[in-house]
Design a protein around this ligand. Structure first.
Ligand code: SME
Length: 207
């Protein structure tokens, strides 16, 4: 698997901008992996996921998806990879293409910040292995570092008091602990003082 995607890694790392890296990622994945039938990047903008570079047999009408809606929105809200073996059995699924049977969505995330995600559709039921998910997750680490370096808009992912990812629907972690409310942070990652709207390090607060 590693060697198959070496060229994609090289292209993503060599890309001169986040936009070019996203394009290299979606095109490279579809070129190298035959069961990746449609691959697109959705990026966070103003609380929504907005479609960026994509490659596949057809365009999707879902060019803007609210965080929390659909499989894509669930992955952005939780910051966790979603692997759906049978999209017809998942009530969250937003249909894009008649042929799609399985979906893989990997957040482009760093710490609690979700910058976007890579969304993959396959025409085969249960098409995506753990190795597929791990490979895309590795590329998303590189993309997240690039997004952070370029100061891309992001969505803060809620977490439970136990530090486990938070289920946005039940507001509980999978361990049953209540979720933290979203905590504003400064661009330096320091906690934000809500009164003077600056972090203790003096950096301006987010949102
Ligand atoms: N199926 C996704 C929507 C995006 S399309 O697959 C391109 C979802 O359920 O969120």
């Amino acid at each position: 698997m590693g060697s198959l995607l070496d060229s994609v890694w090289r292209e993503v790392e060599a890309a001169p901008s986040l936009a070019a890296a996203l394009t290299a990622c979606v095109q490279g994945l579809r070129r190298e992996l035959a069961h990746f039938n449609w691959v697109g990047a959705y990026m966070v903008a103003g609380g929504d996921l907005v479609l960026g570079p994509w490659t596949g047999p057809a365009a999707t009408e879902l060019v803007r998806i609210p965080v929390g809606t659909g499989v894509c929105g669930a992955a952005a809200a939780s910051g966790r990879t979603e692997v759906v073996d049978d999209v017809n059995a998942d009530p969250r699924y937003l249909a894009c293409f008649l042929n799609t049977r399985a979906e893989l969505v990997v957040p482009i995330a760093r710490g609690r910040r979700v910058y976007g995600e890579i969304d993959v559709d396959s025409d085969r039921v249960a098409a995506f292995s753990a190795a597929d998910a791990a490979a895309v997750e590795g590329l998303c680490v590189v993309l997240a570092a690039r997004a952070e370096a370029e100061g891309h808009d992001f969505h803060l992912t809620p977490q439970s008091h136990g530090g486990n990812p938070c289920d946005p629907l039940t507001r509980q972690s999978h361990g049953g602990n209540p979720c933290d409310p979203l905590t504003p942070q400064s661009h330096g990652g320091n906690p934000c003082d809500s009164l003077n709207r600056q972090s203790h390090g003096g950096n301006p607060c987010d949102s």
